[in-house]
Write a protein that binds this ligand. Sequence first.
Ligand code: 5AD
Ligand code: SF4
Length: 472
Amino acid sequence: MIPDEIKTDRSTNPQGDPGTKTVFIKSYGCQMNVYDSQRMADTLAPAGYVETSSPDNADLVILNTCHIREKAAEKVYSEIGRLRVARDERRRAGGDMQIAVAGCVAQAEGEEILRRAPAVDLVVGPQTYHRLPDLIAKARSAKPVDTEFPIEDKFAVLPAPRREKTLARGPSAFVTVQEGCDKFCTFCVVPYTRGAETSRPVASIVAEVERLAGAGVREISLLGQNVNAYHGEGPDGRAWTLGELVHRLARIDPITRLRYTTSHPRDMDDSLIEAHRDLPALMPFLHLPVQSGSDRILDVMNRKHTSAEYLRLIEKIRHARPDMAFSSDFIVGFPGESDADFEATLRLIEEVSYVSAYSFKYSPRPGTPGAGMADQIDEEVKAERLARLQSLTEGQQKAFNHASIGRTMDVLFDRKGKHPGQIAGRSPYLQAVQVEADESLIGTVAPVEITTTGAWSLHGIVSGTTLREKVA
Ligand code: 5AD
Ligand code: SF4
């Protein structure tokens, strides 16, 4: 689920207008960081910052970091090294550049970042980035580190972006509805970096989605580390489930697509499964990580379910919505994973048949129970298991794509295509789809008959005349 380094959209001021300050934000890791990076840009806009597409001409560079695996965290330090060189060059030319580290590495390592990377001017955690304008001002005389879990709700104080900014970010938007996690899987740093589960109130989410819809957004992906544990306060004072929230959001016109990620199998309650049965806007695609197919490993991972329970759940969701397709995360080489445990994972994958999958070698994270477990697995064994698992899941993905030929699927067009005259979008299953069609279709959903598949995308032709109206 993790496109590794996503630079946030920057729609204005690519050259760096001398009258304004420029900020370059680089997101690592999950979609929640992409959302947070956009909100950081929103919070800096009233202070005169516009986004720029390169760190070289930026007055401020923010690295919005990920701590989930060791590699992700280490990348941040190499990037700071590169930025220090760019900053020194700018200083020699009479300019300057401030460097900020945000996100989960900031939360986990705090002051340690300043010791290890003295070029950094400020450190800000995921719960306090609404204070960025203040922190930037403070950073001129000291090096502030703000990794608090504050009492104020950042979502209540973050400024909304201007309408043009929302439009420039495209017809598909993320909205964080839940943060933190109480599950404590033994491999995972999230409960430590993002803290306990908290949910935004329904009214605040509805207002944000209405604003996005009004600016032309057609697809909302609700985000949370454990999104289906959502329990935000509803207008009636009760804690609402994610199923109830999705029902409410589906009434907002003209939102045509809803998604949510990432879910824990234990929190797929009946209201959410019913939402899949009842709401055409809720896409028939679910990222439902299982991590392993071995009950013994699931138990030591503290996943709180067996493989049979997971398979029964998949059945139940497919029963509610027969065209449902699934993706998952997998970890290979968790401490103590035997050949037989690994084979059980392959069997589960064969049974479910995923349309996409994200798989990782186990990476011991300091402070998590897994890191201290005996029977750590050799890197070579991990690599060999990862290659076998990926060849199986890639085969399933290819087969699914191939089976799409001849089908007509709704596609939300969100960008220009690879070649002139082409536009591109996403199917309900997040497959990339390219068609030859007019750019005016970008921002709309249209039925596409799939004709061929390429290495990473499908190709098709816009079919019929039932295009849904574009509002932008
Ligand atoms: N090692 C490897 N993969 C991990 N993930 C989380 N923690 C680790 C770790 N320590 C993977 C899980 C999770 C995804 C976001 O990252 O599969 O679902
Ligand atoms: Fe980490 Fe997800 Fe487990 Fe929470 S449920 S501890 S976020 S893997």
